[in-house]
Design a protein around this ligand. Structure first.
Ligand SMILES: *[C@@H]1O[C@H](CO)[C@@H](O)[C@H](O)[C@H]1NC(C)=O
Ligand SMILES: *[C@@H]1O[C@H](CO)[C@@H](O)[C@H](O)[C@H]1NC(C)=O
Ligand SMILES: *[C@@H]1O[C@H](CO)[C@@H](O)[C@H](O)[C@H]1NC(C)=O
Ligand SMILES: *[C@@H]1O[C@H](CO)[C@@H](O)[C@H](O)[C@H]1NC(C)=O
Length: 417
């Protein structure tokens, strides 16, 4: 996600938390779901194999500043045909419990993993673009296990990870659809389909826009919100100074990275907001084309040490994300979210209609920067942590840190009487 000028673009007491009880879900056609994309797989691999790339880049000396490097693209193309194995990925992803439900005429795909604890906090994790439910795969099982928060409290979660409308296995929404509509559909999913009376929400990128909308619109059911991105325009240095906000050196780096984004990283944002059909159709049948367009974002928005240390954002992870887009034929419908939400970034910082706790996790290489004083303007900020490692896809780029931060929800969780 992001904006026109900047470009891009989850219990005092856990008791009292309602348990998921099968309610009258018949109307929602709730069904188990298994991933099987084998019919498109041979064609994808043929296309990857036969796609030619030039021997030399026309912009040979520009490094990564002109977009994905030819060397990175060729290496990824080669790995797609050699080390990468979609069938293996599919098998591992099918270990999760997947479902589909029909809400407001849309098929909504989601993973639902329950904790064995009856005090588990229901938590929905919302991805963005060019992400997917895959972004949270490394932390789903861990979240369901009972573990201690910083204050020593025993915390566990029932985890729900949907695909946004238009992404992966969720239907493409009508043209006039906005993130507020997705927010309503996900509140219905948690409340009416799964039977949770209250829950926590986490979001990043467009998912943060949906999560914030849920926090704002459904203040009796959304009783904690946690974001790693904010659907408000970041401020420039002058605007921050006018707010009397001073920056640490880490924050200074993040502010500069965001500024760099503003000046040279907004091409895709503008294209997807104004001409989504052109890029959507151009890359519809081109896996290597989608790899260049999407892979560039994974590479550029992540920690330089992605794939090492706490990060599991390897080339293999990028390839399975792009494969998911290609094999589900959803690249074109995914980019439409930009055109549908030209005001995805709000310009006026105002407080949500919700007194529930708001938590925020910042990651050094995320090209979007909001110091705590700004985040506090939009909700009841109770926790803010800035991480030296990780970027725009924290669920894969620093899963350990995101997991630890998500567990902090437990320290603040209280349901309404
Ligand atoms: C990301 O792209 C910007 C230009 O938009 C460039 O200055 C920067 O070096 C790139 N960073 C990485 C890690 O590729
Ligand atoms: C959006 O479009 C759908 C069908 O395409 C229609 O039923 C609905 O009334 C429209 N909503 C608005 C707010 O225009
Ligand atoms: C910033 O500080 C100055 C000087 O103390 C004060 O006059 C001004 O009102 C402050 N601005 C904000 C937005 O708090
Ligand atoms: C929910 O929002 C309404 C309308 O803004 C407000 O009156 C009410 O106090 C809010 N409730 C909670 C629990 O935040």
């Amino acid at each position: 996600m992001r904006s026109p000028w900047i470009s891009f673009l989850a219990l005092g007491v856990a008791c009292g938390t309602s348990q998921a009880t099968p309610t009258s879900t018949a109307g929602f056609k709730l069904q188990p779901f298994q991933i099987d994309l084998s019919s498109n797989l041979p064609r994808m691999l043929d296309l990857v194999r036969t796609t030619r790339l030039p021997a030399q880049s026309p912009y040979i000396s520009t490094g990564s500043s002109a977009g994905i490097s030819l060397g990175d693209l060729k290496a990824l193309q080669d790995e797609w045909l050699t080390t990468f194995d979609w069938k293996k990925e599919e098998k591992s992803l099918n270990k999760f419990n997947h479902y589909t439900a029909q809400i407001e005429g849309l098929d909504i795909h989601f993973i639902h993993e329950r904790s064995s604890s009856k005090d588990a906090i229901p938590l929905i994790l919302l991805h963005g673009w060019p992400g997917s439910f895959l972004e949270f795969a490394p932390i789903i099982n861990e979240l369901t296990k009972t573990a201690k928060s910083a204050s020593g409290k025993q915390i566990s979660f029932d985890v729900i990870v949907p695909s946004l409308p238009g992404f992966a296995f969720s239907s493409a929404p009508p043209t006039n659809w906005t993130i507020d509509d997705s927010a309503r559909v996900f509140n219905t999913l948690l409340k009416d389909v799964l039977g949770y009376e209250s829950y926590a929400v986490f979001g990043t990128d467009w998912g943060s826009g949906v999560a914030y909308s849920m926090y704002d619109q459904f203040n009796t059911t959304v009783r904690a919100a946690h974001l790693a991105f904010l659907p408000f325009y970041p401020l420039n240095l002058e605007q921050l100074a006018a707010e009397n906000i001073t920056l640490s050196s880490l924050e200074g780096y993040e502010e500069a990275n965001t500024k760099e984004w503003t000046s040279s990283g907004t091409g895709y944002f503008s294209e997807q907001t104004t001409k989504p059909n052109t890029i959507g159709l151009a890359l519809y049948d081109s896996p290597v084309g989608q790899l260049a367009w999407i892979g560039e974002k994974f590479l550029n928005w992540s920690d330089p040490n992605a794939g090492h240390g706490p990060s599991v954002l390897s080339h293999n992870e990028i390839l399975r994300s792009v494969s998911l887009y290609f094999l589900t034929e959803t690249f074109a419908s995914s980019v439409v979210i930009y055109a549908q939400n030209p005001h995805g970034f709000r310009s006026v910082y105002s407080k949500a209609n919700n007194d529930a706790p708001l938590l925020f996790s910042a990651f050094k290489y995320n090209p979007g920067f909001w110091p705590p004083a700004l985040v506090a303007k939009v909700g009841n900020l109770v926790y803010h942590k800035n991480h030296e490692f990780g970027g725009h896809f924290p669920g894969v780029d620093n899963p350990d840190a995101l997991l630890a931060d998500l567990r902090q929800i437990g320290d603040f969780w209280e349901v309404l009487p």
